[in-house]
Design a protein around this ligand. Structure first.
Ligand code: GAP
Length: 450
């Protein structure tokens, strides 16, 4: 059993892994603080060259499983800003609040339900629980903006706090244009924004993030069956992108945890270095959303079964996961340090299908750069390939291990005559010698999982 109480020995050991991961991400080009040269902005992050490759692969793996492999789910890419009525109907204007308190001494703002373990920066870092705090007040988490040329005549609008509301608004259009009928789903990947009071834990909780959501519309009496189907389906996907089953567990929401829209809800939690936390939500939303948007807009969002002539407002089963949070889980699960012949090697054991770089071509000498580059150019047409000619070969292997590249291809002087190269696998470090003309097929079979 792992002790994750704040300050416990296990947390301290694990937090140091978190610190190392944050440093690796900045150093190797995965994730940097946004607008860093101006001191950054709390809750906002930039994804560097390797980070955006990893995100792209992750989103593609999700889209493949949720849309392309299913005949009953279609895609949508809706605008970030919608008619503000949307957020009145969805309940976000009235209910999307966190209780917040201000410390009267250090003036910092905290979530009232998260003050345990926090300290006041004034008065010798006294625990916040012993501090003079303001009474809890409701703080709406939606970020606002103005639309229109002059401030006097502009309209208040919101940056969406979740991607799914447009799926409800476009439900009828999508159903008709794609010739679907319940049971069917609509999937979307896109940015969402929340004015989190305490963004924290790297990219775990940020103010700008990306969601991958799917809303599945079903006849009311089929909702529980589909709910169970998607619980299993989503857990399977998380395993397929490389998360270990021992790092995942289910958490069923109790009555007082349920969101205002949910009837039954399960989180898939991941064991982050800072404890078990929500990674993905699977929600049974009943007919709450379509019914509410229908009432507020005056538009009929019900469905009539052409055979039975039964008319009903479809129930919704939702799966919702953050790209950033999933990426953090993958990085945490993949990070390891190994002792190899008296040396420590850092490895990101990412699944080959989502690794940012699939193969690195490494000529053993600068004199072999030209023919090796030819091989790299050929591989690049199939998947993301790196080419690195500088430094000792051992160091180049380590560099690739650290960013999760599953295969290194070494081109040596013998390659010139025997037309073969050596392929080294990241985890086992085992090497095989293969004919040059079979390298592309050998690697393609192993790196393109989705
Ligand atoms: N449509 C339902 C919905 O948005 P949620 O539980 O509020 O449900 C779903 O969010 C997922 O979005 C979470 O499980 C998490 O992965 C991600 N998420 C939510 N807030 C986030 C934040 N501030 N930063 C990063 N990811 C976030």
């Amino acid at each position: 059993m792992i002790d994750t109480t704040p300050g416990g020995p296990d947390t301290r050991r694990r937090m140091s892994i978190m610190d190392k991961l944050v440093a690796l991400c900045a150093h190797r080009g995965f994730i940097y603080p946004s607008s860093e040269i101006y001191g950054g902005l709390n809750g906002f992050w930039d994804y560097g060259p390797l980070g955006c490759e990893l995100r792209t692969n992750l989103k593609q793996a999700w889209w493949q499983r949720m849309v392309r492999e299913r005949e009953d789910v279609v895609g949508l890419d809706s605008s970030i800003i919608a008619n503000p009525q949307t957020w009145i109907a969805s309940g976000h204007v009235a209910n999307f609040n966190d209780p917040m308190v201000d410390c009267r001494e250090c003036k910092r703002r905290f979530r009232a339900d998260q003050i345990a373990g926090e300290v006041c920066t004034e008065h010798k870092k006294r625990p916040l629980s012993e501090c003079p705090l303001t009474e809890p007040r409701a703080f709406n988490l939606m970020l606002q903006t103005q639309i229109g040329a002059s401030e006097d005549h502009s309209t208040l609008a919101y940056l969406r706090p979740e991607t799914c509301q447009s799926i409800f608004l476009d439900f009828r259009r999508v159903m008709q244009s794609s010739r679907q009928s319940p049971p069917f789903g609509i999937a979307q990947i896109g940015k969402a924004f929340r004015n989190e009071i305490t963004p924290r834990n790297f990219i775990f909780r940020s103010r700008e993030f990306e969601q991958m959501e799917m809303q599945f519309f079903v006849p009311p009496d089929a909702a529980m069956e589909w709910f169970e189907h998607f619980r299993e389906y989503r857990f399977g996907w998380l395993r397929d992108v490389g998360l270990r089953s021992e790092s995942l567990r289910w958490h069923e929401h109790s009555d007082d945890e349920l969101a205002h829209y949910a009837k039954v809800a399960y989180d898939i939690e991941f064991q982050f270095p800072f404890g078990w936390q929500e990674l993905e939500g699977i929600h049974h939303r009943s007919d709450h959303d379509l019914r509410s948007h229908s009432e507020h807009s005056g538009k009929d969002l019900s469905y009539t079964d052409p055979e039975s002539k039964e008319r009903y407002t479809p129930f919704v089963v939702e799966t919702s996961i953050g790209v950033d949070r999933c990426m953090l889980a993958l990085l945490c699960d993949a990070y390891r340090e190994e002792e190899v012949r008296g040396d420590t090697r850092t490895v990101l054991g990412l699944a080959a299908s989502i690794a940012p770089i699939k193969a690195a071509v490494l000529p053993i000498s600068k004199k072999l750069a030209e023919p090796a580059k030819k091989l790299a150019t050929d591989l690049r047409r199939r998947f993301n390939t790196d080419f690195d000619v500088t430094g000792a070969i051992g160091k180049r292997y380590r560099r690739q291990d650290e960013i999760g590249t599953p295969y290194c291809v070494t081109y040596d002087f013998e390659s010139e005559t025997d037309k073969q190269v050596t392929i080294r696998e990241r985890d086992s470090m085992e090497q095989v010698r293969l004919p040059l003309d079979s390298v592309a097929t050998y690697l393609t079979e192993r790196v393109l999982g989705f």
